[in-house]
Design a protein around this ligand. Structure first.
Ligand code: ZN
Length: 174
């Protein structure tokens, strides 16, 4: 692989063997975990390896919790659902773009750390369990995404019912 920093031909890896700059590549474990759109994440991860935190991911911005769940970041998906739920609950719909932009900007960074964490974790498994561990934590899941979508719908319906009931009660009394 050619290093984008010094131009030297470097052995495959995540850092240049000549100057130490991050290369647009994924380690073996990272490849096993990312599985889909590897090239895109290789480029993003190279910048994050260089110390950057902010990046931009359109899918993360537009789909938010659904993207997080699709990439199997279940904890972050739940946290963001909770956040969106709170905004719905308090009627702060104008603030909805804020967490969306936040996920768009920090999604790749969260994913980079997710992949690093599970890469190290999977490396401690005995070889016969490795493939299963990678499949469990890595790749993408339409099922996770669909469940999150249903949760969002339920959340939205609860909010809508609650407020329409409140409005009905209010106008009845008025
Ligand atoms: Zn280099």
């Amino acid at each position: 692989m050619r290093c984008p920093n010094c131009g030297a031909e470097s052995a495959d890896g995540v850092y240049c063997s000549n100057c130490g700059a991050p290369l647009p590549g994924l380690s073996e474990a990272e490849q096993q975990l990312v599985r889909k759109n590897e090239e895109y994440y290789a480029r993003r991860f190279a910048r994050l390896r260089g110390g950057r935190v902010l990046s931009w991911n359109w899918a993360a911005f537009l789909l938010g919790p659904i993207w997080l769940a699709y990439r199997k970041m279940t904890l972050w998906a739940l946290v963001s659902l909770f956040l969106f739920g709170a905004l719905f609950w308090f009627g702060l719909l104008w603030a909805l773009p804020l967490p969306m932009v936040l996920i768009g900007l920090l999604g790749n960074w969260a994913y980079y750390w997710y992949v690093r964490f599970w890469g190290r974790e999977c490396a401690t498994r005995p070889p016969e369990q490795l493939e299963r561990a990678f499949l469990r934590r890595g790749g993408v899941s339409l099922l996770h995404a669909a469940v999150t979508e249903v949760l969002i719908l339920v959340l939205w319906l609860c909010w809508w019912r609650f407020f329409s009931t409140a409005v009905t009660l209010f106008s009845f009394r008025g």
